[in-house]
Design a protein. Structure first.
Length: 166
């Protein structure tokens, strides 16, 4: 794997389980934008330990994932977990994999700075690639927040026209 930048944006989730795939949908949208030329943007799916290499080679990681946290569906929160216990308790179907991966990174002393955008979902649908309207309408807002954080972390400004994100 070739490292293009010190910053990784990683969308996590199962694309085939509706709203649980918000991280993947957002990563795929970001890959189509000019930001992909300045940072590494990856659809991490439900990769678990297979994503360890991405974390090892980047200094900063922005994660995007769904969470079952009883907030209004579409609520976006940014947290900065430093330890496995800092991840939300009600992470979706791949919760254990992310927590275990963070523990492994700490043991190897290769822990990057992690910034986690979580999007509240109502439930995990068993089948389907479509997002519910409440979650789908969060993607442009989420992209804007991810870009703002990426700019801050890189000390640069990546300008996009508003219609590019639609």
């Amino acid at each position: 794997m070739i490292k293009m930048s010190d910053l990784l944006i990683l969308g996590i989730g199962n694309y085939l389980m509706g709203d649980e795939g918000i991280g993947v949908h957002t990563a795929l949208a970001l890959q189509k934008l000019p930001i992909a030329e300045k940072v590494d943007v990856v659809d991490g799916g439900t990769g678990g330990f297979h994503l360890l290499e991405f974390f090892e080679i980047h200094d900063k990681v922005i994660l995007i994932d769904a969470t079952l946290d009883n907030n209004e569906p579409g609520t976006i929160r940014l947290i900065t977990p430093r330890f496995a216990k800092d991840f939300p308790r009600a992470m979706s179907t791949h919760d254990i994999g992310l927590r275990d991966m963070v523990n492994a990174l700490q043991l190897m002393e290769k822990m990057p700075e992690i910034y986690l955008f979580v999007v509240s979902i109502e439930s995990i649908q068993q089948q389907g690639i479509l997002l519910t309207p409440a979650i789908e309408k969060t993607i442009p807002i989420l992209i804007e927040q991810v870009l703002e954080l990426a700019n801050k972390l890189q000390g640069e400004s990546i300008q996009l026209e508003k219609n590019v994100m639609a």
